[in-house]
Structures are given as C-alpha cells and as structure tokens.
Design a protein around this ligand. Structure first.
Ligand code: F6R
Length: 617
C-alpha cells in the first residue's frame, strides 16, 4: 500500500523517482505523483489519478524542470477517493513545501480543525494534507525542515511514513516513520529513500532501515538519523541480498508465473545452511531463543493474515506432531481485540512476507507488551515486524512482486517445518534419526516440486476450459485442509470467482447443501500409502459429492489408482511424506488460479482492490 521514493544526488530526480515507483507498483495504488526541487530553485509537482502510465504520459508531454532532489508517491486511497486532487504530494507553506505520506493519521480531524481555525484552507479530503500544512506552518516559523518535522511528528497519532522537500532547502529530503516502513539506500554522492529496497536497488544494495519513531535527513553527502526528540541514533546498514534483476519479470508473462517457477529455489534457499548433516541449525534465533528458553515454552501462538495465516495452519500440524507443543493459529487482526492469555512461556510466532502488515505488526507489539516472546518468520530484510520481534527467521524466497503470495507461502511453510524440527530436537521430542529422515524428505522437495511445475500446460488447459465457472469449492483434510483454504483464496483474489475452502469432514455439517449438478470441486487427496492416512475417508467424501452431481478435480499422488473411478479429472503430484504433501499440492492450485485469471483477461499481478503490503489496519 502506498509506495514512497525519495532522492538526493546528481541524477535527474524524476527519472529515479518514476523508476522507483514502477518497482513499487506491486504494492497496490490508484494514483501517483512526484515533486522535484528544480535546479532554478522552484518546487514543481505533478500528480494524477490512475496508473503510473497516466502520470508518465503527462510528464512526457509537459516535463517538469530538472533537479536532483525529489519525492514520489503511489497512493492507495483511504481518506477521499482516488482523484487527482487527493493524490500526493500535498503542499504546505504557500506551495513551497511538498509532502507525501503512507499510513493513516488517526487524529487528522482535530488537527484539521486547528488549522481551519487559523485560516488555512484545504484542497483535498486527505489526512495527508493536514500533515503538509502542519509541517509547512512550522517551517514558516523555524526555516528548518528537520525542526519542522520534529515539531509535528509527535503530534500525529496512527501510522505514517512522511517525506517532504522544501524549495528553500534544495539537496535535502526529510523523512519520518511510525508503524510504517521506510528504508534508506546509501549511495556514493547520492542517497535514496523507499518504502522498501525495491525503490532503489538498481542503484545501490547498501540499505539502512529507519527504526520506529525516527527522523532521517538525506543529503547527497550522507544521512542524519535522530529520534523524534532530536537525539542522534545509530542506524544499522545492511547489504540487500538480491539484485535488481530479481525483481524483474525476466521474460515471464507475469511476476506471478515467475514467482511460482521460483518455488523450488525458495525452498532450497530457506533450507540453505540450516540443515547440516541432517540436523536443523537455526543459529540466527539462538540469541533470542536459547535452548533453555525453547524447552520452557508451554504454548505457541502463530499469527498472520491471509496466505501467511494458512502457512501457519500447516505449521501447527507439523510442530504439534514433531515437537509436542500445543499450537494455536490466529488471524492477527482478531488476536489483540479479544484479550488473549499470554505469558513469558508463550512463544508468539508471526508470519509475514512483507514484514509490514499492520494487523500482524500490531499483534506482535501487543504480544510483546503482554510479556510473550516473539519470533517472526519474514521474507523482507530489516522489515518492521522483524525488528519488533525478539528474533527473526528469514524466509529466503527473494522479492515477491505479484500481489498474490506464492513462493513466500512455500518458504513460510518450510521455515515453520524447520522451527518444528528444531523444537523437537531441543525438547527431545524426536530422535536424531527421526529428524534426519524428515530433513532428507525436506531436501528432496525442490526436485519433486519441479516435476509438479512441469504440469503447468495441463493445468492451463483445465483452467481455460473453466473460464465461465462461477463457483469452485476446495476440500481437504488434515494438512490438505489449509491447502484447500489457500486454493480458494488464490482463486477468489485472482479470478474474482466465488470460491470456498472446507475441511472435507465438515461437508455433511452444512456445505454439502452447495453441491448441485456441475459444481466444480477440487479435492486434495492424501497419500494412500500411510496406514493412518485419511485417504479412504476423503474418497468417501468424494463419493458423497459425486452422488449429488459434483464435478470432482482431484489432486492425488502418482500411482493412487483408488481415486480414479471417483474423480472427473486427476492432477498428479509425486510421492512425499504426508506432512510435506501440501508443498506439492498447493502449486497446481496456484497455477490454476493464475491461468483462470489470465484466461479471463485479468491482471494476474495486480488484482483489483488489493495491495501487496497492507500497511493500514
Ligand atoms: C494472498 C496474500 C495475502 C497476504 C496477507 C499477509 O495471496 O498475499 O493474503 O498473505 O496480506 O501479507 P504478509 O505476508 O505480507 O503479512
């Protein structure tokens, strides 16, 4: 949600800003704008509703004057519709200051009244314009942009990243953040700011994440970082682990297609150096979670939203089975509003690709305040949730650009499996040999997943044949249940088709009433090889819906012939241990949703109404 870019240096700022905004497009937005301090000292801005192409066309037709200092923004509308006027930047100090904002200023109405009483007028319906006017007012009094920020940011409630430039201070961009992301790109004689590193990684891979309640001033020669009270703060620079090409489509028809193809590598990378001689080694969490702390954990609460929460459900099956610790999985946005019971023996594991999801961030903070220990599973280096947690286990899926999460989900599940096996060893719940057997299985997964991905063309044909379908159901049991939920979520968000995922055992308690002749139902079928398998029960479920006219699309293990007489179509996955089947079964459902959306002519990477990084509650 909302992309933010700032630049100071020798390049043409507009070029840097527009390139950065392009790379942040994936976050989701509905208007865009830029401001530049021109070489002749003027502040020039332009903003438009719609996609970046609209703004770009205007800037080609009527270029803004050149300058090396500027800010750029893509807005996901919250206060006021996606119009030219509501787009950022907003102006203050009689049009000499331009400001952009990500987040929500919760007390904007009170502040607006204060400004109205002083005679200020507002052009837009946004909360952002209030911040622009406030900073502008302070600038008029102090003549110093950093001081003006300091005077204002402490008065704002809610979540915000703010960037501003002032015509009287060329060569300076000032930023501040609370509960919303902001990263500095450290260049040589030039500096960058971005909502995430994608904004500037084509110029520099040296980055520094701005901490909570901090103000940063960037100038070509360097940066100054302080807290909101003006006390100097030491930042922690880091090297971005991927280069700009990782965030390019690289010849694929969509980012989503590319990211699904990268799933085997996401597993390999997430396992890398964390499985040594069959033993799980999680050095990066050892400081925050030494063995004695992990042994004393009595309960685990897993938090996430959407796809991340579904990965958490899979983690629950694995961690309870292997480590014998009770695990609850909860939607982060429900968690802190129900007065959950937490104490120092509760381990709270948050899962987030972006590491910026506001619901999850707030839940993690709440858990910390209540004395629980927090571990995040995160895909974005230096993200806020990672920084707010006692320890972080990074998934290494690389940048995920398509709004719908795919390879990050796979990597999250693998990270949870690693955590489960690590806990099992520390707590003596599994023997070394048992752990070795499971890690061998894990390491065999990428090759198996590659064979699943080869069935893409077959799935595309199936999706094309179903492009008129209005409703699809997904069923699974045990670890197949989260897969069913994820398959349904992918289909609704990408193809705008009504889709529901159910635990197959729940059918007879209500959902079976939905079955009518021709109803398409995907069923995730467990392996028949395991004597404790739910295979016969799932086959019975299939028979029940088939008897009522359902058209059954089974995802079943290679060689499972027992399912053949009962299914209309069968998509095959290679043999794997039951706990690992989901990582193979989910890929056909991701491909199916993507191909069906493509068959309907929809934008696979940026589905309507959605944002990649959900930074508001
Ligand atoms: C669905 C999807 C979302 C995210 C959710 C959490 O395809 O991508 O449901 O999983 O918004 O996002 P993160 O993982 O960034 O916290």
């Amino acid at each position: 949600m909302c992309g933010i870019v700032g630049y100071v240096g020798g390049r043409d700022a507009i070029e840097v800003l527009m390139g950065g905004l392009r790379r942040l497009e994936y976050r989701g937005y509905d208007s865009a704008g830029v401001a530049v301090i021109a070489d002749d000292g003027r502040l020039a801005t332009h903003k438009r509703a719609g996609k970046l192409g609209v703004l770009e066309a205007d800037l080609v037709a009527e270029p803004l004057p050149e300058g090396g200092t500027g800010i750029g923004h893509t807005r996901w509308a919250t206060h006021g519709g996606p119009t030219d006027v509501n787009a950022h930047p907003h102006l203050g100090d009689d049009g000499r200051l331009a400001l952009i904002h990500n987040g929500i200023i919760e007390n904007y109405a009170v502040l607006r009244d204060e400004l109205l009483a002083e005679g200020h007028t507002f052009a837009s319906e946004t909360d952002t314009e209030v911040a622009a006017k406030l900073v502008g007012r302070e600038y008029a009094a102090t003549g110093d942009l950093v001081s003006a920020f300091r005077a204002v940011v402490g008065r704002l409630h809610g979540a915000f990243t703010l960037l501003a430039v002032h015509a009287d201070e060329p060569g300076l961009v000032v930023g501040a953040r609370r509960n919303s992301p902001l990263v500095v790109g450290l260049g040589d004689g030039e500096q960058f700011l971005g909502s995430d590193v994608a904004a500037f990684v084509q110029y520099t891979r040296r980055a520094l994440a701005i901490g909570q309640d901090q103000i940063v001033a960037i100038r070509a020669g360097g940066i100054e970082l302080t807290d909101f009270a003006g006390r100097p703060v030491e930042g922690e620079p880091y090297e971005v682990a991927w280069d700009a090409s990782a965030a390019d489509k690289g010849g694929w028809s969509s980012f989503m297609a590319k990211e699904i193809s990268e799933e085997p590598e996401a597993i390999e990378q997430t396992l890398l150096e964390r499985v040594v001689d069959g033993v799980v080694v999680l050095d990066e969490i050892a400081e925050g979670f030494p063995a004695d702390v992990l042994s004393a954990v009595t309960r685990i609460v897993v938090l996430g939203a959407g796809t991340a929460a579904y990965s958490g459900l899979l983690g629950k099956y694995a961690i309870e089975k292997w480590a014998k610790v009770p695990v609850e999985v909860e939607l982060a946005h429900e968690f802190r509003y129900r007065d959950p019971v937490l104490d120092a023996s509760t381990l709270v594991v948050s899962i987030s690709q972006s590491g910026e999801t506001m619901d999850t961030l707030m839940a993690v903070k709440y858990a910390s305040e209540r004395g629980a220990r927090t571990l995040s599973i995160c895909n974005t280096q230096g993200a806020t949730i990672a920084r707010e947690s006692d320890a972080v286990l990074y998934t290494r899926a690389g940048p995920e650009v398509a709004v719908a999460s795919t390879k990050a989900f796979t990597a999250q599940v693998v990270a949870l499996y690693l955590l489960g096996l690590h806990l099992a060893r520390v707590r003596g719940a599994l023997t070394d040999d048992e752990i070795r057997g499971l890690t061998d299985e894990l390491r065999a997964l990428p090759a198996k997943l590659r064979t699943v991905l080869q069935t893409g063309p077959e799935i595309r044909e199936l999706a094309r044949s179903m492009s008129d379908t209005r409703s699809v159901l997904f069923l699974g049991r045990h670890v197949g249940y989260p897969v069913a939920l994820e398959g349904a979520l992918k289909l609704k968000e990408l193809a705008y088709i009504h889709a529901e995922g159910f635990a197959a055992g729940e059918l007879k308690h209500g959902p079976i009433a939905l079955i009518e002749p021709g109803q398409r139902v995907f069923v995730v079928v467990p392996s028949p090889r395991d004597s404790t398998s739910l295979h016969p029960k799932v086959v019975s479920n299939i028979q029940e819906i088939r008897a009522r006219g359902a058209h059954v699309l089974a995802i079943a293990e290679a060689g499972d012939v027992a399912v053949l007489p009962h299914a209309d179509e069968v998509l095959r996955i290679p043999l794997a241990a039951p706990m690992f089947e989901p990582l193979l079964a989910v890929a056909p459902l991701q491909i199916f949703a993507m191909e069906l959306a493509a068959a309907k002519g929809l934008d696979v990477d940026q589905p309507r109404n959605l944002a990649k990084s959900v930074t508001v509650e």
